[in-house]
Design a protein around this ligand. Structure first.
Ligand SMILES: Nc1ncnc2c1ncn2[C@@H]1O[C@H](COP(=O)(O)OP(=O)(O)O)[C@@H](O)[C@H]1O
Ligand SMILES: [Mg+2]
Length: 287
């Protein structure tokens, strides 16, 4: 009998996500065991067995804690190693840069100092530029500032509310790719199109925009970004500039993988489960 998949869920998880994972499990005879964060009892000891599968599509702080409580080195997850569970995603741009991966030039501001802001803007090549407040999703917290008046008024507000905004070079006229990585392989890639009257982009509803990519600089960068955040599954956002240059924006874990499956017809949930089962087998092998 294959091991069960423990899936940490809460209200943040779209129904499609759990439905696709449950279907992928059913197709392989894997028991799908939902762990509802709202009902999790931290006083009760739960011990997963060696080789069991564990995935957390939920993104709440509590869900992360539940996943940490359930984790053991002998459990098959998308983490490259156990300490990756406690890894801080907001530090990712720094990690990417240290590994030599191409990101738009970025400066994280730590205090509200105009002289420093002037130096930062100069270093980034001037206005317009992008201000990012980490932690948002769907482009919320990613802002395009085109004048000094806009920039300083937005920064004043962000510092007053305790943020440490990132200033980032604006990459114009680029194609925004989302690449879904599992293990060392890009299993899906699709274009995101700009929303009307916006510089931010979202996933296409045209199946023709979705592909199972062959290896390329784009997929190599996505795989390297996933490795950098110590995951074996991620949705990686990359801007491809007309010059051919690639700019890595972020590697999301967990990510909304149903997009590529429901619109693009690519069996991402199946590939996720295959990866976990393979890992589980390795973990259960006698050493
Ligand atoms: N430096 C940039 N230059 C141009 N567009 C950007 C830049 N950074 C982000 N964007 C746009 O903003 C959107 C959201 O950015 P992203 O880093 O993916 O944040 P989120 O976490 O909200 O998904 C992207 O889809 C992209 O189109
Ligand atoms: Mg994104």
């Amino acid at each position: 009998m294959p091991p069960p998949l423990y899936c940490v869920t809460d209200a943040t998880v779209p129904a499609t996500t759990t439905a696709l994972l449950a279907a992928a499990c059913a197709a392989r005879g894997v028991r799908f065991e939902e762990v509802d964060v709202g009902r999790f009892d931290p006083c009760e000891e739960v011990e997963l067995r060696a080789g069991d599968l564990l995935f957390r599509p939920a993104v709440s702080y509590a869900a992360v804690r539940v996943e940490q409580a359930l984790f053991a080195e002998s459990v098959a997850t998308f983490y490259a190693s156990g300490d990756a569970l406690c890894f801080d995603g907001a530090a990712a741009p720094l990690l990417f840069a240290r590994r030599g991966l191409p990101i738009p030039r970025t400066v994280t501001l730590l205090r509200n100092d105009r002289a420093q802001q002037r130096r930062a803007v100069e270093l980034l090549g001037g206005l317009p530029l992008v201000v990012k407040v980490p932690g948002g999703e769907g482009g919320v917290g990613v802002m395009l500032l085109e004048s000094w008046a806009s920039l300083v008024s937005v920064l004043d507000h962000l510092f007053a509310t305790g943020r440490t905004p990132q200033l980032m070079t604006y990459v114009p006229e680029a194609i925004h790719w989302r690449v879904v990585v599992i293990g060392e392989r890009a299993v899906a890639a699709y274009r995101n199109h700009p929303y009307p009257d916006d510089f931010r982009s979202g996933p296409s509803s045209d199946p023709a925009d979705y592909e199972v990519p062959t290896p390329s600089p784009l997929t190599a960068l996505a795989v390297a970004a996933t490795r950098a955040i110590r995951r074996e599954f991620a949705g990686v956002d990359i801007l491809a500039h007309a010059s051919g240059r690639l700019y890595l924006l972020e590697a999301n874990f967990p990510c909304y993988f149903p997009q590529a499956q429901v619109v693009g017809g690519i069996d991402v949930a199946g590939a996720m489960l295959a990866h976990l089962l393979e890992k589980s087998e390795r973990l259960r092998e006698p050493r």
